[in-house]
Write a protein that binds this ligand. Sequence first.
Ligand code: C2O
Ligand code: CU
Ligand code: CU
Length: 475
Amino acid sequence: MLKLGIVGTAGFFLPGDNTSGTPRNAPGQFQVPLRIPPQLAPKRTDAATDYYEINIRPAQVDILPGKRTTIWGYDGMFPGPTIRARSGRTSIVRQINNLPVETNVHLHGGAVAPEHDGGMHEMIAPGSFREYVYPNNQIASTLWYHDHSMHRTARNVYMGLAGLYLIEDSFEAGLNLPSGEYDVPLMLQDRRFNGDGSFDFPANNHEGVNGDTILVNGVPQPYFRVAQRKYRFRILNASNSCHYELALSNGQAFPHGRRPFLRLPQPMLQIASDGGLLSAPVPRPTIAIAPAERVEVMIDFARYPLGAQIILKNKLGRGTTADVMRFDVTRKATDASAVPAVLRPIPPLDGAVATRNFELSINREGIWVINGLSFDHLRVDAQPKLGSTEIWNVINRSNVPHPFHTHLVMFQILDRNGAKPAAGEAGWKDTANVGPLETVRLIAKFDGFTGKYMFHCHNLHHEDHMMMLQFEVVL
Ligand code: C2O
Ligand code: CU
Ligand code: CU
């Protein structure tokens, strides 16, 4: 039985560990190289549109040594292929469902028309397809696409239905950030495996799951060979419910027992949040990242000697989940990229014409609710006017965190329990972690489309059971 607000041993979902003596199937740490999801090429393009096609299907892939894992993947891949879109050019993505179950696709962070948003009533039956139109009328940002099936999102994403969708624009390109092979996505997920290599997904879990194996781009605790230069990493927490707190080690893990090169770990330099660049880079010794959030950082490996090995640590992990991956500095490279002192101006939103309260809690039946309600597509829970700005108070009445996500809009965080947000959160966001008993005030302008959109907790188990409402943008 669920008890009010008390979930898990640590109070909320952290990756599990493997100190319990149960057999673990993953390879040792840092045995497998990082893979980068391939970029999807358009089937065709015309003056204003790129046309893509994805075949959603089961596949057998190698995750653990000597075992095959059945996944459900976009083009049979886990994670799915990366789409690189251009701001101002439309993408049309034909999603062909060859799964044994129905699915739909949501572009997380995308401002798209309601009928292309992955709503509950636009499912793709097995054997049929749907074309999603993404106008990309938004600034450069790291978005992602994933399944959004009613009550089934947690299972379907766990099975592998997630991929990256990057929007580029000329403003960002003009900043001369690291690009090409030095612009690297890191999709973080946790999993548990059965002895035969299959994913161990607990059915009917309303709280969340915590895996004992951290995957980066589908690879368990990989190593990544880097050059002595600056890199851009686009970090996405695509876990169902696990939170991470990331930090770099000081490079102590030298192969031949040499002393650490840096006395203190290098902070990561955060340059972007969910919805694009921050106004200026922010040094971050540690970075907390909740499910669905994106954080982009620059790391300068020129500060380390050749041979240095730097571990990306997870300070919330224990045992097998305390380390995420390792960077091995193995070669020299030229570096013409820059660390601009100023990135992209973030015009503060103001002039709110309405304030709404949303209380996050669990009801007596053990159902996660917002304002005591669960999702009803026939009921509209808020009606912002097209072009208007509103303040939303998101009030967590439980003892677990809820990553609160709005479709359609990017918001700004005004304050947390009355205090200004940390610099890394002072940018465009579509997901805000709302900690236990915390109140987060958001401000958003409801622009672009009229119609109905969901907002929900992005712990996928809470989302499925039923921490989701809908707003309707009206004229
Ligand atoms: Cu990524 Cu409605 O969610
Ligand atoms: Cu979304
Ligand atoms: Cu939640």
